[in-house]
Design a protein around this ligand. Structure first.
Ligand SMILES: [Zn+2]
Length: 250
């Protein structure tokens, strides 16, 4: 089975939340994706769904799980309390931070309660990395965070794209995971970085998980790209399914 551990609600004209849910399920079926994790926005209104909207849409869905986005800029304390309730009720399976999309560093002192909450409920903290404004979650900052919160599982989304190679030195932090979302966004770049991706998977076969960034990126292209890496069947099964299953308890 394929688990896509990094998707967002699709955005299209005149879409309602229930239509977005239907389209997500249709695309999962077309692409042979058995389960996925929808990451909500951290903002309080959003076309890709707020934390509350995503939880309401999927809390009783057998195949779709929710990671709640949170931000020190948007009702932080209220949202964090709500998120704790969702974690207790198992309506959320992780927490997402957006350094780079938002101007705070992964090491920002205000985020302490987020890492502590994640540890308490044994769910991961995901963060945006790479792309534009990558300094907010650059490799040295990731290293500091992984070390300071060594009891919290932390997921580096996009693997510092396109500098996948910089993840290799970070694999020594056993609480640090890597999700492959958006790495196959551009065909030419992918050809340049595919050996680095294989090296990362080889260095941490239990901590690299498949994700596509569906809705922002093409799910099928991501599946085909990672399938094309010539991983052994056992490693491929870990990356596409088992690692996410264990990390997110799904
Ligand atoms: Zn994303």
């Amino acid at each position: 089975m394929i688990i896509d551990s990094h998707v967002h609600l699709p955005v299209f004209e005149d879409a309602s939340l229930s239509m977005q849910k239907i389209r997500l399920h249709a695309d999962m079926k077309n692409n042979n994706v058995g389960k996925c994790i929808v990451i909500s926005d951290s903002e309080l209104t959003s076309v890709i769904g707020t934390m509350d909207e995503c939880v309401d849409l999927f809390y009783d869905d057998e195949n779709v799980y929710v990671v709640g986005g949170i931000s020190p800029f948007f009702d932080f304390e209220i949202q964090l309390e709500k998120l704790e309730r969702y974690l207790i009720e198992k309506k959320a399976v992780g927490i997402k931070l957006f350094p780079g999309h938002e101007s705070f560093y992964l090491t920002d002192e205000r985020l302490g309660p987020v890492y502590i909450l994640a540890k308490k409920y044994d769910v991961p903290v995901l963060f945006h990395s790479g792309w534009d404004n990558s300094e907010y979650s650059a490799a040295d900052i990731v290293a500091q965070t992984a070390e300071k919160y060594s009891g919290t599982k932390i997921v580096c989304c996009h693997c510092l794209y396109p500098n996948i190679n910089d993840c290799l030195a970070l694999t020594k932090y056993e609480n640090l995971y890597f999700d492959l979302s958006s790495v196959a966004d551009d065909r030419n770049t992918f050809l340049q970085i595919k050996d680095d991706i294989t090296a990362l998977i080889t260095a941490a076969p239990d901590r690299v998980i498949f994700g596509s960034d569906y809705a922002c990126c093409n799910q099928k292209e991501h599946i085909d790209a990672i399938m094309g890496l010539e991983l052994t069947e056992e490693i491929s099964n870990r990356v596409f399914c088992e690692n996410a299953r264990l990390l997110y308890h799904i």
